[in-house]
Design a protein around this ligand. Structure first.
Ligand code: FPP
Length: 247
């Protein structure tokens, strides 16, 4: 089926997930299969980012969360870290105006104080430039780890309690969720992980409580909008019960 036939099917079945999250995996294997250096796998993965952003816009997804760089990724060799940071900067430079024109709000979530120089400047620029858009919110998770995010939320609560701004009996799920990076996003409806790996890898541990999972065997650089539409079609056939019984 062509991408537009698949899109018609997605639209026909209604129930578009409001929030799709993706663990983009398999760039390294894609490069190895072609005997290329790993950074070329990441470079090729950049066009898949463009594909899923456009696919999300076409399908009417409101929030798209991409796991682009984990806290653990800081332990990769510095050539690879530098390549990923330059790609991020290049992506923003190339796409910022287009994203702005398409109504995309870009946000960068994670410990971004660790980003330096040109990458940090590019991130700040695109976030400011697109802040007023609402058609699609693109959350780029960079220097992100979910356990660190949860520990940070607990620290913020402790500070509020210590300062008398919050009573211990007011600490509930909503108070906690408000102190996560994703405070104003609905929880993801659908999580896609590429390259066949069946792990969460410290991504959105709190927010994924009732999310539907879709594992795609496709390596990230080969993942296009048709693959996104197929994942949404699969999601549309699920029965979501949120721990309750079907009615
Ligand atoms: C995982 O593949 C992917 C990453 C660590 C980085 C994802 C980054 C991009 C797609 C580049 C551009 C991103 C943006 C937002 C512009 P891996 O290296 O772990 O692959 P492997 O498991 O096959 O080794």
């Amino acid at each position: 089926m062509t991408p537009s036939e698949l899109l018609d099917q997605v639209r026909l079945h209604g129930a578009i997930p409001r929030h799709v999250a993706i663990i983009m995996d398999g760039n390294g294997r894609w490069a190895r299969e072609r005997m290329l250096p790993r950074p070329l796998g990441h470079r090729s993965g950049m066009k898949s980012v463009r594909e899923v952003v456009e696919g999300a816009l076409q399908a009417g997804v409101e929030f798209l969360s991409l796991f682009a760089f984990s806290q653990e990724n800081w332990q990769r060799p510095s050539v690879e870290i530098n390549a990923l940071m330059s790609l991020l900067e290049e992506y923003i430079q190339r796409e910022a105006d287009e994203l702005e024109a398409q109504g995309v709000r870009v946000r960068v979530l994670g410990d971004i104080d660790r980003l330096q120089g040109a990458a940090r400047a590019a991130v700040d620029r695109v976030v400011a430039q697109t802040a007023g858009n609402r058609k699609l919110t693109l959350n780029l998770f960079i220097s992100y780890g979910s356990r660190a995010e949860l520990a940070r939320a607990a620290r913020l609560i402790a500070e509020d309690v210590a300062a008398g701004r919050l009573r211990p009996d007011e600490v509930d799920e909503a108070a906690f969720a408000q102190r996560l990076y994703t405070a104003d996003c609905p929880d993801p409806d659908l999580l896609i992980r590429t390259s066949g790996e069946q792990r969460i890898s410290n991504f959105l541990l709190w927010q994924l409580a009732y999310t539907e999972l879709f594992i795609s065997p496709v390596l990230w650089p080969d993942f296009g909008r048709s693959n996104l539409f197929e994942a949404i079609r699969d999601y549309q056939n699920r029965e979501r019960r949120f721990g309750r019984v079907a009615v």
